[in-house]
Design a binder for this molecule. Structure first.
Ligand code: ADP
Ligand code: MG
Length: 388
């Protein structure tokens, strides 16, 4: 039997820890909209990061990641810690931003375990940030609103790690709820909790197992293109601060003002925002066929207009489209590899999982991982620890 995280911590540090956890998430629709102040529709899932933690008497942070099989340290009194370019930046970044916001933390020993595949678009990074952030705060007896913690973790990733991610992942890790998807307004951080009836629909995530190198550079370029588009459209539409402020009617009227590539990128974001809100409304009324149609449009747009898909993602989506019991399928996450999200009728999940893995392997020679996910609650302390 595998040792539980608490037992591992006890063996390493000779003390019984407190355990904190934060979930990964899958985004049902609303891709590349978050950094345009737009809408996203993720759900937290039952894959998570767990952090075992105990306070120390000094101001040192000492972290062991079981997944990375590595250790890292940090001194909370170091006023200007430098990123090291490795996994520990996510944790040290959170501690640093919390301290610089005036939250006085305690030194701590941490052991991290995770069931979220890393770099697959299921948000292992935000789960790591949020679970360790919650551990730091709890050990120091500080209570923080979940939205505030989400914002601090996003800042850690933007300002310390150096990834220009939006707020979706941290919001889902902090505020996810079992049985719910969440429509998030990435400008106001308002959230509409949408029931997801898991007796009618299952979330099945399929991992291409590839990650193309272009990803990060292209991501930053898309952000620049979106900013450029918003700036140009803003000359004609004075109230426009971000693409979020442009309606599809306005876009139709002024799109000729944009260079061709920028026009395609902006078109994706503006219509994706409308699709996301429409999908949330359809999910509310249980109209899964409409959600599926919107997901198909979203994928086409990400493939052709935003150009962040890849042959492996397209293959998985095409395979899924013709399978029994599938309401909708599309790439999820930043693109250039990673995963697809599939909404599948519960009775079809096993056949779907088998067939899609088979079909993908036949063409690519790669065996994909298939995750049958349940929705989950956001970050919290685990009171009764169970084996992981
Ligand atoms: P995603 O968030 O989609 O999984 P990212 O590239 O944003 O992908 O984050 C992945 C990175 O997060 C990993 O490369 C690693 O540095 C860090 N990470 C995630 N989980 C862990 C873990 N359990 N231990 C150490 N580092 C982790
Ligand atoms: Mg991430």
């Amino acid at each position: 039997m595998p040792e539980s995280l608490a037992e591992i911590f006890l063996a390493l540090h000779g003390r019984t820890p407190r355990i904190f956890h934060a979930p990964g998430r899958v985004n049902i629709i609303g891709e590349h909209t978050d950094y345009n102040d737009g809408f996203v529709l993720p759900a937290a899932i039952d894959k998570e990061v767990r952090v075992a933690a105990a306070a120390r008497s000094d101001r040192r942070i000492e972290v062991t990641s079981l997944g990375a099989k590595a250790k890292a340290e940090m001194d909370l009194d170091d006023g200007a810690p430098r990123p090291r370019g490795d996994w520990s930046d996510y944790i040290r970044g959170v501690a640093f931003i919390l301290e610089s916001e005036g939250y006085r933390l305690k030194g701590a020993s941490l052991v991290v375990a995770s069931s979220i595949p890393e770099g697959a678009g299921l948000s292992s990074s935000a789960a790591l940030e949020v679970s360790s952030g919650l551990a730091f705060l709890s050990l120091a007896d500080i209570e923080l609103a979940p939205r505030k913690l989400a914002d601090i973790c996003r800042r850690a990733e933007n300002e310390f790690v150096g990834t220009r991610c939006g707020i979706m992942d941290q919001m889902a890790a902090c505020l996810g709820r079992r049985g719910r998807a969440m429509l998030i307004d990435c400008r106001s951080l308002d959230m509409d909790s949408i029931p997801l009836d898991e007796s009618r629909v299952s979330l099945v995530v399929v991992n291409t197992m590839v990650k193309h190198k272009l990803g990060e550079q292209e991501y930053n370029q898309r952000r620049t293109e979106c900013e450029e588009g918003a700036r140009i459209l803003g000359r004609f539409l004075p109230r426009v601060r971000a693409l979020r402020d442009v309606t599809s009617e306005q876009f139709a009227k002024f799109k000729e003002k944009l260079p061709e590539k920028t026009r395609a990128r902006c078109g994706h974001v503006i219509l994706e925002n409308e699709r996301t809100q429409a999908a949330a409304a359809s999910l509310k009324t249980g109209d899964l066929a409409s959600v599926g149609r919107l997901m198909a449009e979203s994928h086409r747009s990400l493939r052709d207009a935003y150009q962040v898909s890849c042959v492996e993602l397209d293959l998985l989506v095409n395979l899924a489209r013709n399978m029994e019991g599938v309401f909708g399928a599309r790439m999820t996450g930043g693109g250039f590899g990673g995963c697809t999200i599939n909404l599948v009728a519960p009775e079809s999940v096993d056949t779907f999982s088998e067939r899609i893995a088979d079909g993908y392997r036949k063409v690519t020679g790669i065996i994909p991982e298939v995750y049958q996910c349940r929705t989950a609650d956001g970050a919290a302390e685990l009171i009764a620890e169970s084996a992981m």
